[in-house]
Design a binder for this molecule. Structure first.
Ligand code: CAA
Length: 285
């Protein structure tokens, strides 16, 4: 099937940048959120980002104008969903809320529409049944910042059809992303499993006094060629998110090794959540 219209649910950090990526890919895109202020904040951020792209000579004025024209915002889910060929859900990471959204989408979207979740912790099989069309449900997992990071993990559940995988793969390619196919649902998929292993080692090294967080980050950047060190990255992702991912993984695996690291628990309890709260492992202005 040909996808022309995309609905992105959730105007948070991920949803707004996924929506802009879709619009830049030439798709008619609706960004939906029940919060009007969240939609307004998303629009402002995307307009500022567009202006800076033009100022840096990375995109032309025409490119950003046509993307911003293709991108509309909507607070009512039913009217936002009526013409969608593909829905990318990037709402809050709560199973009860996602189940409710997928059940509603099963009723209000066209029969052919594909329903994808951007969740990093909830595999699509958890919401597929609620939608009533499990063959057209999968994860499409983008990375933060979604306008920059190339990878999109496409995770199929046991019922996801080949046609669905092919259609979302084509969309990811048109967004100039690099799709990778995860054939089996597994906690953390590919990237978060690898990132979790690196983070755990970095946290253990810091906790045992082997090196400072600054030197561990410097090592990751200058010895391993990572764009950011693990502590810088955790601060960017949000320590509450790191904590939540670990807890969700533990809930699936029942393996105590997957529990949130004590240093993360300590930071979250102190309200030090990373860049968003002004302090995490590092202070921010
Ligand atoms: N939004 C949009 N664009 C952004 C951005 C943001 N928040 N942050 C940086 N950029 C853009 C900049 O505009 C710049 O663009 P140009 O080079 O085209 O002008 C480019 O990214 C590089 O930015 P900077 O020069 O400011 O800084 P940098 O070179 O250090 O790059 C970075 C910043 C792209 C974030 C880079 O450090 C990086 O790739 N870090 C690793 C990010 C990562 O690992 N993300 C995955 C997180 S895990 C996840 O998302 C999964 C999950 O489930 C939690």
């Amino acid at each position: 099937m040909t996808i022309q219209r995309i609905l992105v649910i959730g105007a948070g950090t991920m949803g707004r940048q996924i929506a802009m990526s879709c619009a830049l890919g030439g798709y008619t895109t609706v960004l939906q959120d029940i919060s009007g202020p969240a939609l307004d904040a998303a629009r402002t951020e995307l307009e500022n980002w567009s202006a800076s792209r033009v100022a840096k000579g990375k995109l032309s004025q025409d490119e950003v104008d046509s993307a911003l024209q293709l991108l509309s915002q909507e607070s009512d889910l039913t009217s936002a969903a009526k013409d969608a060929d593909l829905v990318i859900e990037a709402a809050v990471e709560r199973l009860d809320i996602k189940e409710q959204i997928f059940a509603q989408l099963g009723q209000i979207t066209a029969e052919h529409a594909i329903l994808a979740t951007n969740s990093s912790t909830l595999p699509s099989s958890k919401v597929a049944a609620a939608s009533g069309r499990p063959d057209r449900v999968c994860n499409m997992h983008f990375f933060n910042p979604a306008l920059v990071m190339k990878c999109v993990e496409i995770v199929r559940n046991a019922d996801t059809s080949d046609a669905t995988v092919n259609a979302v793969t084509e969309v990811a390619q048109r967004l100039n992303k690099q799709p990778v196919l995860v054939n089996k649902e597994i906690p953390g998929f590919i990237a978060n499993r690898m990132m979790g292993a690196i983070n755990k080692e970095a946290l253990n090294l810091a906790q045992s006094g082997v090196a400072s967080i600054e030197d561990i980050d410097t090592t990751a950047r200058t010895a391993l060629g990572h764009p950011m060190g693990p502590f810088e990255l955790m601060d960017m992702v949000g320590l509450d998110v790191v904590d939540f991912i670990a807890q969700a993984t533990y809930a699936e695996t029942d393996d105590e090794a997957d529990l949130p690291h004590p240093l993360i628990v300590e930071k979250v309890a102190a309200g030090k959540l990373g860049r968003k709260s002004g302090e995490g492992f590092y202070p921010y202005n």
